[in-house]
Ligand binder design. Structure first.
Ligand SMILES: Nc1ncnc2c1ncn2[C@@H]1O[C@H](COP(=O)(O)OP(=O)(O)OP(=O)(O)O)[C@@H](O)[C@H]1O
Ligand SMILES: [Mg+2]
Length: 244
């Protein structure tokens, strides 16, 4: 199954009677387990594409499938449901809640699920496990201001995983970090992907893009090139790794 499948996706904005064609017919299939870097010049359509993948927006034309869900024309309520339960977001600016501890921040997405009641003890256990996985075992009760930028981004990555998403959507995740910390975060993303997580990342930095399995370049709202650097680990191995 594809984590994301886009067919003929167009997104037009109408601004003072003028139509801006931000995406002009994008076909993109992201298999489970892939790690895609989306690159391209300013204005090429990267954020527009990311917003569509993140169910923050709807296409003007075309079709978008995420996992088994056709999200092309869902209403706002259902889009927010998909966002809250099936997509992990990582932003350049971390977007943590300052009043909450590390463990509470990781738990946040669980409270935005519309329908599903989660077992509190179970969910707490899951969050502790995720915090350990990103190397924050000793920091569970710290607040964001007591953490370095890299540690805050680790919290955001753990938070992005809490709902077992179709994919992690990362928008310039290392944009605010120094080169050493950038490398630590990229190693963490490598590890998650090796374990079978699908990652879609927007970056303008060539060395960040070079860590992915596949580089998709946009130009004027179209895919200019789609270059696979590394194969996707096979599904059986991926499933087994995820179940560990
Ligand atoms: N809400 C909007 N209304 C009108 N035009 C828009 C809107 N959002 C984006 N655009 C236009 O769509 C095109 C693509 O924009 P987009 O933000 O996707 O580019 P980008 O690749 O993310 O650029 P950057 O690297 O600067 O973030 C641009 O021409 C932009 O001006
Ligand atoms: Mg952008």
């Amino acid at each position: 199954m594809y984590a994301a499948f886009l067919e003929g996706v167009t997104r037009e904005y109408v601004l003072k009677g003028e139509t801006v064609r931000a995406l002009r017919g994008v076909d993109l299939a992201v298999p489970e387990g892939d790690y895609v870097a989306i690159m391209g010049a300013s204005g090429s359509g990267k954020s527009t594409l990311l917003n569509l993948l993140g169910c923050l927006d709807r296409p003007t034309k075309g079709r978008i499938l995420l996992g088994k869900d056709d999200v092309t024309s869902l209403d706002d309520w259902h889009l927010s449901e998909i966002r809250a339960t099936r997509i992990g977001f990582v932003f350049q600016s971390y977007n943590l809640i300052p009043q909450l501890t590390v463990i509470e921040n990781i738990e946040v997405p669980l409270f935005y699920q519309n329908n599903h009641r989660v077992n509190q003890a179970e969910s707490r256990q899951r969050c502790i496990h995720l915090a350990e996985m990103v190397g924050l075992k000793e920091r569970l009760n710290h607040r964001p201001t007591q953490l370095s930028g890299g540690q805050q981004q680790r919290v955001a990555i753990a938070r992005s995983l809490v709902n077992d998403p179709y994919f992690i959507l990362a928008d310039e995740p290392t944009g605010n970090l120094d080169s050493v910390t950038t490398n630590e975060i990229l190693e963490l993303l490598d590890k998650l992907n090796d374990e079978g997580r699908t990652i879609i990342l927007v970056t303008h930095e060539d060395d960040v893009g070079a860590r992915s399995r596949r580089v998709v370049r946009l130009r004027d709202g179209l895919i200019e090139s789609d270059h696979r650097r590394l194969p996707i680990p096979d599904t059986a191995r991926r499933r087994a790794a995820l179940q560990k």
